[in-house]
Design a protein around this ligand. Sequence first.
Ligand code: BGC
Length: 579
Amino acid sequence: MPAGGFAGPTGNGGTEFEAKITPIVIISCIMAATGGLMFGYDVGVSGGVTSMAPFLKKFFPVVYRKTQDKTADSSNYCKYDNQGLQMFTSSLYLAALIATFFASYTTRKLGRRLTMLIAGVFFLIGTALNAAAQDLAMLIIGRILLGCGVGFANQAVPLFLSEMAPTRIRGGLNILFQLNVTLGILFANLINYGTEKIEGGWGWRLSLGLAGIPAGLLTVGALLVVDTPNSLIERGHLEEGKAVLKRIRGTDNVEPEYLELVEASRIAKEVKHPFRNLLKRRNRPQLIIAASLQIFQQFTGINAIMFYAPVIFNTVGFGGDASLYSAVIIGAVNVVSTLVSIYSVDKLGRRMLLLEAGAQMFLSQVVIAVILGIKVTDHSENLGKGYGILVVVLVCTYVSAFAWSWGPLGWLIPSETFPLETRSAGQSVTVCMNMLFTFVIAQSFLSMLCHFKFGIFLFFSGWVFIMSFFVLFLLPETKNIPIEEMTERVWKKHWYWKRYMDDYEGVAAVTKGENKNGHDYEGVAAVTNGENKNGQEGKRMLSIWKALLKVKIKMGTIRDLILLLSCKLETMGSSPTRT
Ligand code: BGC
């Protein structure tokens, strides 16, 4: 677990440490921008190039012939149904999903900076292979390398940002990552719009090759910046960690934050098997929420639009130019609506945004399905100009709702609900689930479009309906709750999830009154770390023995007791002051 991970310095219940917004913090924002831009660019670029005739002609001649042959007996909805074409888009996400597990290890052992550097190198090689691709194999290998880059970047960049950021701007910075994803998508759409016009049919090479810009920025940035103090301290470089902390906070008064990072790193190290720990009953609510949010985020159908908007618009009768043009409009709506989220997420709350967006997405998808159902049949794509514009407006309505809800909140909520000890493992599972379901959608959407036809939009609207009920009943509000107080103030109070919190009792009871988080490891640490707020060693021993009598002897708690006693012994052999 990264010491601190997304953890804030509010661990002791809302303390704000002294911090200025320094140039080095601004550089870290640029890092996020390039990591997010890279991910977004990869999402956005594939839809455009797969709708370009020269690209199809070179790599997917079967699809090319189908799109050209107006007399062919295939349905409009099936023109692009090709496993190879879907593999081009989806291979990236499959690779990213596997890379996430390695990235979780390198983030912990090598640090965030080196993990970002690894991501940048993957991106650069992948981009070069793609831009120079001579055959399908080269194209797919390039996409796989880009996917490895995404896996490493999406694990390390958000952690890097959260650890660099002063507490008061951490939430905003988190959504800033998503803002950069949307900028990357828009950038890709604009490039595709321009390169499609290039005579000679090599525009797609430029589209794929320009990914080198964000990739290069990420690589150079990773070489220039220092690692986070959390990571340095976690890896034993205490003095360097402290020096970096002073630089990034712009003050010499960093002792309280430094001590908290040392403590957080010590606690995190006690958890030997972060993934096993994640499976414990008390972590189940957060795990279920994080996994469900990723599945739901992808089953809103957003990437059907992001990957395949130009293809969909072609399918329903727009020309190549109009298709790409519409994709640019959608990309811009996506960016602007993300700003709405940054502005309102801490005012209106997460639930309000998700519920409002649920209704907006449901309605727009149903109306799109009705229009396409009436107007676009298997062999006639007679969506007139008026209806064409209406469909684009409805798609924009849908995308804007996604952009202020499931887009950013799918990433934000998991990052703020896990307790410190499982935060990094939780982040890995989050990224992994997201990539898995992005892959599922990317790989199956064109076939689904072929079989479900306009019903594809009803399919996704059904999911939006279900996820809105999930939010209504099962998603707790996390607005304005300090990150380390989630267990006490959110999970233990929730009408359903509180039943999973029962194994926080027991050892945690020992530390009641000292540790309002009721967090067992932190509780143990608080008791045994010799931090002795009141220095009453005897009182503490008494409360430990009282708790030992109270604790039910069952398998799970035996381990906690052993841990408690061993920590106690360790403390008795060390100085009572916190160093
Ligand atoms: C999702 C991506 C999606 C993007 C669209 C992100 O939150 O994870 O899959 O393409 O939003 O803006």
